[in-house]
Design a protein around this ligand. Structure first.
Ligand code: FES
Ligand code: FES
Length: 907
């Protein structure tokens, strides 16, 4: 133990602590300053940044023995408070710098240190600073963070005032379509809102959990020996499958009746087999996280090793074992059959192109590793707090497995969730928390480290694709043939749905009269496939959007103009035979064309033999919602001091709070209600109704409609015969109900299982991407110098939230194109190893353009928007590489060595 005298946020402290404890843990666990976050825990992400004696320090890798005595330490809590914000915090709110907000304290602290020494930095100096100090963000694309820092610097220089950064309500009182800040921004920028780990830390009498995990990818379990773990210091209990009170299975989502799996292939704690690296075998419950982790290492798993099938082709080999005995490894197939047979036209068409494509196992790489907590209330109700993005669905997926009575389980989100991008559509640790809480009768908390986050949560399912397209003499598409194989890892949940997306989105955006295709889903022993933003479309549209460029090259026509000829127009049908909900692409292309021409000119001018510049385009389409009818419910209640909106629009950072608030505010405008009088009660099954998953860009559309309907019902009840509205007191006096329910269901039809034809989504989002790249011909390294999007996501509810989705989506698209993967379990288990895009990898020039075509079914004309920015931006980057240097990358990511080998082959 050592004693340290410190000055923390202006207050003198004496701390007696283990010399090897990290500064981050001391700040969080001894000083209870939980605004400082621990993300990677390895010095890669900057989430834990604090200022020590004027220098930015990553507190997760700083041992207390390294901290000088009398050090002056500033954490986010010392930068500013909710009542007295620093200019940086104000600017972060104004520019929506805090989406999930998990990186926010680290960024703001880091930016403060910069502005303390340089009040007038250039944008490049700000970017260089964030790069140097490892400040990483997965949500924002960095541009808003640089914008915010520049604006805060202007405040500090006295050029503008804090008030200039504050949002001003327009004179007509309308918030719809404005940059009204999200209500939870204040807590995020001041570090005062609790994330999962903060909640866990503050639970009285909490036990810390750690999981003992498999270190192999496939094997039969012979025995599990927990005796040594049980004897480790601080251990209260070690749990295995024998301690699980239910059937020990996650109820997987088998969406299609032709799926050959039973949906019960994922154990909560492995009993008979290990299916993938990282599978959970035992839970250690201990007094501290360190003791729990140390004991987890002592659990011995005796195995009969089996061959590990780490890709779909390996698992499809004729001699491959069935990964789930009794179920074939190819467990689902779907055809796409649209129009007449393709063969005759493929044989006679003047231009036909065919190619093979592969999209990788993209990792979500959220900064906040998976985390949760659970406790049992006085009535024996088990409350599980997790990053779940579909509370009610996860309830159904874990309740039989953990064996709790149906009326004794509630799932909720902590007040803030550090992003998910789809991985939390699968339950990850909810059942583990439930099992441990039930077995110990104590509150419990579990936090994965970043390695566990990377190795033991789902990934984007790789697609192996072969696609062929034909056009007529005029360049009009006449036929497409496709074949795709989906590597879905060992667990079936969402596997059939993502495979159907191949049929729905390969060739999306174009009128292709004849289509023949077949896709299949395959069990493998690599990490389980799960939802990832834009679910299936980045795979499917990568193939068709790169093939469109190949087609343009073959015909000798400009790629943008080939698209212009073929995009949806009135009377056209999508690949599933559905009329598009709105016709927007000709307008988007007209908008993009001058920018495209300028970009081509710029590329020509700035290319050198060593640094070749190029321009690429792609179009992207995604549906809003789940296949078929899709529902949500919201409640609205008049209270003595305003209105309360209740819903479960789970908000991992995209802006469920501001979407709910602005939609309700717009609906209640006849009341002339101030936004601060609208209270939100969200994301707790015990308090608010089911809204369905925050996934597939469905919430603004479907929960937005439910909110609107509930508000209209309230307004209807409040309206007096003279056209004015009753007060709360008048409603009570007249015995009128004050709470109203809004329910909404979209009119989609599920896909036909023989042909994939149908109208799965009632509203779509559309986008065109324009990428400008520079390829270093000596190293093969590609740098994206500018990225633009031209989107139509209907009428925009929150401009800040929609911009945020596009900035972040473009950055993820660049990562998908160039660097991100999770194939090599060892190499790709760190942020840097997995190709995380840091600020230097994302251009400062991110340009967003919108066309707002009202959606007939959307609330106030809005569609969803979260998926659009990641539908096909990577295809634009890949097409730009070809435009720059003639190398066509078809297997992602476009690592420098692949580009270089293409250059050598060309030479
Ligand atoms: Fe400390 Fe990532 S750098 S948590
Ligand atoms: Fe930066 Fe989410 S806002 S990681």
């Amino acid at each position: 133990m050592i004693k340290k005298m410190l000055n923390v946020n202006g207050v003198e402290k004496v701390i007696i602590i283990d010399a090897d404890a990290t500064l981050a843990n001391v700040i969080r666990e001894n000083l209870f300053l939980t605004g400082t976050k621990v993300g990677c825990g390895k010095g890669e992400c900057g989430s834990c940044s604090v200022i020590v004696n004027g220098k930015v320090v990553r507190s997760c890798i700083t041992k207390m023995k390294q901290v000088p005595d009398f050090a002056v330490i500033t954490t986010i809590e010392g930068v500013g408070t909710p009542q007295n914000l620093h200019a940086l915090q104000m600017a972060w709110i104004a520019y929506n710098g805090a989406q999930c907000g998990f990186c926010t304290p680290g960024f703001i602290v880091s930016a403060k240190a910069l502005l303390d020494e340089n009040r007038n930095p250039t944008r490049q100096e700000v970017r260089d600073w964030f790069q140097k100090h490892h400040n990483a963000c997965r949500c924002t694309g960095y541009k808003p963070l640089v914008d915010a820092t520049m604006e805060a610097a202007r405040v500090l220089r006295g050029e503008i005032s804090m008030d200039d950064l504050a949002f001003k309500i327009p004179s007509d009182g309308k918030l719809w379509g404005t940059k009204y800040p999200r209500p939870t921004a204040l807590g995020r920028v001041t570090g005062t809102i609790d994330y999962g780990a903060d909640l866990g830390l503050k639970l009285p009498g909490v036990l810390h959990l750690a999981i003992a995990q498999a270190r192999t990818s496939h094997g039969n379990i012979i025995s599990i020996d927990t005796s040594e773990a049980q004897k480790m210091p601080g251990v209260v209990k070690v749990l295995t499958c024998k301690d699980v009170k239910g059937n020990n299975r996650i109820v997987g989502l088998i969406n299609m009746p032709t799926n050959k799996g039973d949906g019960l292939d994922r154990p909560i704690l492995c009993d008979k087999k290990i299916f993938q690296y990282g599978d959970a075998v035992a839970i250690i419950c201990a007094d501290t996280e360190a003791n729990a982790r140390a004991a987890a290492d002592k659990v011995k798993i005796e195995l009969e090793e089996l061959p590990a099938y780490m890709s779909a082709p390996a698992a499809m080999a004729p001699d491959a074992l069935e990964i789930h005995p009794g179920t074939p490894n190819v467990f689902f197939t779907i055809k796409n059959i649209k129009g007449e047979d393709t063969k005759p036209v493929m044989e006679s068409a003047p231009y036909v192109v065919e190619d093979e494509f592969y999209t990788q196992r993209q990792p979500h790489m959220v900064l906040e590793p998976d985390v949760g907590a659970a406790y049992m209330n006085e009535d024996g109700v088990l409350f599980i707090y997790s990053k779940s993005t579909c509370l009610h669905l996860h309830y159904a997926m874990i309740q039989p497995g953990i064996g709790i009575a149906p009326d004794k389980l509630v799932i909720a989100n902590p007040p803030a969730v550090g992003a998910m991008f789809g991985y939390k559509l699968s339950p990850t640790m909810e059942a583990l928390l439930g099992v441990a809480c039930m077995a110990t009768g104590r509150p419990v908390t579990l936090r994965y480290d970043w390695h566990q986050q990377q190795t033991y949560t789902g990934k984007r399912s790789p697609f192996f694709m072969k696609v062929k397209m034909a056009v007529d003499q005029e360049g009009k598409l006449i036929a497409m043939e496709s074949d795709w194989t989906v590597d879905h890892g060992p667990y079936a949940e969402f596997g059939d749905a993502v495979t159907v997306r191949g049929a729905q989105f390969m060739g999306a955006g174009y009128n292709i009269p004849r289509i023949r295709g077949e896709g299949r889903t395959v069990y493998t022993n690599h990490s389980w496939g799960c939802a990832f933003r834009a679910f299936g479309s980045p795979q499917a549209e990568f193939a068709s959007e790169v093939l469109m460029d190949e087609l343009a090259e073959k015909i000798g026509i400009d790629p943008l103009e080939l698209r212009y000829k073929n995009v949806y127009r009135e009377g056209d049908l999508t690949p599933t035979g559905q009329p598009p909900d709105v016709i927007v692409f000709p307008g988007l292309i007209d908008k993009a064309r001058p920018h495209y021409r300028e970009a081509l000119e710029r590329a020509k001018k700035e290319s050198t033999p060593q640094k070749k510049r190029g321009v690429g385009v792609s179009i992207g389409v995604y549906g809003c919602g789940l296949d078929g009818p899709d529902s949500s419910e919201a409640w609205v209640e008049l209270t003595p001091d305003g209105v309360t909106v209740f819903n479960c629009w789970q908000d991992p950072g995209q802006g469920g709070d501001v979407g709910s608030l602005i939609t309700a505010h717009e609906s209640l405008r006849p009341l002339n209600i101030a936004p601060e009088k609208i209270r939100l009660v969200m994301n707790d099954m015990s308090l608010a109704p089911m809204a369905g998953p925050s996934a597939g860009s469905r919430q603004q559309l479907i929960t937005g409609q439910a909110i609107k309907i509930a508000c209209e019902a309230l307004l209807g009840a409040m309206k007096k015969p003279n056209g004015t509205y009753r007060t709360y007191d008048e409603m009570v006096t007249e015995k009128l109900a004050t709470r109203y329910v809004g329910q909404y269901t979209t009119p989609g039809t599920p896909p036909d299982l023989e042909t994939a034809q149908g109208s799965p989504f009632s509203v779509y989002q559309y986008c065109l991407f324009l990428a400008e790249v520079e390829v270093d011909t000596e190293t093969g390294k590609t740098r994206v110098v500018k990225m633009s999007s031209f989107a139509d996501v209907g009428e925009i509810c929150s401009q800040l939230a929609v911009d945020g989705q596009f900035y972040g989506g473009l950055a993820q698209g660049i990562g998908l194109a160039l660097s991100e993967d999770f194939e090599d379990i060892k190499k790709h288990s760190t942020m840097t190893g997995a190709g995380f895009p840091f600020v230097r990898d994302v251009p400062d020039e991110l340009e967003l353009h919108y066309q707002q075509t009202p959606r007939p079914l959307g609330p106030y004309g809005a569609a969803g928007c979260g998926e659009a920015p990641l539908t096909s931006p990577h295809a634009a980057v890949i097409n730009a590489i070809h435009n720059a240097c003639g190398v066509r990358i078809t297997h992602l990511p476009a690592y420098p060595e692949k580009v270089l080998s293409g250059l050598k082959a060309k030479a």
